[in-house]
Each structure stands twice: as structure tokens, then as C-alpha cells.
Write a protein of this length. Sequence first.
Length: 102
Amino acid sequence: MKGKVDPPLLTGQIGQVMQESITVAHSWVRSNAAKLGIEEDFFKDHDIHLHVPAGAIPKDGPSAGVANGDTLVSLLTDRPVRPLTGMTGEITLSGNVLPIAA
């Protein structure tokens, strides 16, 4: 949507850790926009609003950064994520994936 909100607007049933995961993924996508084929000026004029509705399975752990980053890249480049792909792991601001220990 048009606007100038940064970080992304988050609503719904999202815990603090999940909010941080989404914000870091958003920052990483923004900082790598050119490499990913996203117009560098896109984020100057467009906002991202993520809503997690009530009734979803509760989730608040540091394992969603990779999935959130992939979702944003897929959405903004119109490239779908391959079906049946599972993801877990946190992403750092430098783009490193932090595996989650069992």
C-alpha cells in the first residue's frame, strides 16, 4: 500500500519475538532490494502491513525470520516459493541464518 511507515505495520496475534523476526526480515529485504530484483525506491512509497488473525496456532519463537524474509521476497518479486518447502531458522541483519536447536 502507499505510505511511509517503517518498520512494517504489524497487527493481530503477534508476540514480541515474532515482531522482531518480521522487522529484521523486512530490514534485510530492504537492504538487499537491488540484488533481489526489487526496485530500490519501492520502500520509499510503499508500506508493508502484516496481519496475523486470531485463531491461528500460537507462535512466538525465534524461528520465523527465514520464512518471513522469503515471504516478502516472493511477494515483492512475484516469484513463488516452491510448494512443499519447509523453513525454520532466524535471520540476522547481515542475512545469516541462525539454525534453531532442537
